[in-house]
Design a protein around this ligand. Structure first.
Ligand SMILES: Nc1ncnc2c1ncn2[C@@H]1O[C@H](COP(=O)(O)OP(=O)(O)OP(=O)(O)O)[C@@H](O)[C@H]1O
Ligand SMILES: [Mg+2]
Length: 278
């Protein structure tokens, strides 16, 4: 991790749902591992506020909603402070749509964390295509906290040989190093005779040298990549993928494998955006 990202906060979006509080726990632990501050953000999505029959909200009702928002972030803040003690924790209620707000936050963050289900705008992100936009466009990696907690001491990375997947591999080594975990790089192939190409093996070997404390293996499996990665997520603490891969209908913001794992993996998923140089 470079010096700059060491001080950039881990940002977590909350909406008061149980799922977003699980995301706060995960983000607090991650911030402590990275020794960087935790920033808890409640996006107060005005355009999504409506009443039956379209009647405008009274200012007293808005005050009440704003007060609820403040309570949600304070509850989250107290929860994080009870969990981690070595890092600063701050919170904010910010007006706007969840995507623009979290994209803006990502420019100053080392990581943006969201729950995969929830009550409101932030929690609903990954149920729809909007979460895809966040993962595709954020200036830093985005983690959707989902699945069960495994304590497997294993980070899994999907590698198809594309530059973005090799950036995801770097990110996976960093994450494994932080949690003293092992790393499994998975390369899914169509045919039995296909092997991990030299390009991928070289990248894994270079990163083994860079992170000597991380036991790493490269596995080539004959399966659909999404299926292979979702299966592997059942025994992983974190799954890392790139936002794009080798294929690519350019119209899609996020590759089909990334979208499938964001919706189906059984552990938190980190998406490393294409094009961010290291
Ligand atoms: N064959 C594979 N083996 C392992 N991981 C893969 C494989 N294919 C994709 N991935 C993972 O998924 C990420 C996104 O790739 P994805 O295939 O979703 O996008 P794409 O190739 O741009 O688009 P698509 O394949 O949908 O046309 C990659 O960066 C990599 O982490
Ligand atoms: Mg692909």
């Amino acid at each position: 991790m470079d010096a700059e990202s060491a001080v950039k906060p881990v940002v977590v979006g909350v909406d008061g749902s149980e799922c977003s509080l699980t995301a706060v726990d995960w983000a607090a632990d991650e911030a402590e591992l990275r020794r960087c501050p935790l920033r808890i953000v409640y996006v107060f999505a005005w355009p999504l506020l409506y009443t039956p029959l379209g009647a405008p909200l009274l200012s007293s009702q808005l005050d009440e909603l704003m007060e609820t928002a403040r309570q949600v972030v304070h509850t989250a803040e107290r929860r994080a402070q009870a969990r981690v003690h070595e890092i600063g924790v701050e919170s904010a209620v910010i007006d706007g749509g969840p995507i623009p707000v979290l994209l803006e936050e990502s420019a100053r963050a080392s990581l943006v964390v969201v729950g995969s289900r929830g009550l409101g705008a932030v929690g609903a992100l990954f149920l729809g295509s909007t979460g895809v936009e966040l993962a595709a466009r954020a200036a830093c990696p985005v983690v959707a906290v989902r699945g069960r907690e495994h304590k497997a001491q294993r980070v899994v990375v999907g590698v198809d040989g594309s530059d973005t997947s090799l950036m995801a591999l770097w990110c996976g080594f960093e994450e494994a190093d932080l949690r003293a975990a092992g790393l499994t790089a998975i390369h899914a192939v169509h045919r039995q005779m296909d092997e991990a190409d030299g390009h991928i093996t070289d990248a894994v070997n270079r990163l083994r040298e860079r992170f000597p404390g991380v036991p790493a293996e490269l596995t080539t499996v004959m399966a659909h990549p999404a299926e292979a990665l979702i299966n592997a997520s059942a025994d992983a603490d974190l799954l890392v993928v790139g936002s794009r891969g080798r294929g690519g209908f350019r119209g899609l913001m996020l590759g089909s494998v990334s979208q499938a794992v964001l919706h189906n993996a059984d552990c938190p998923v980190a998406v490393q955006r294409a094009g961010k140089a290291r």
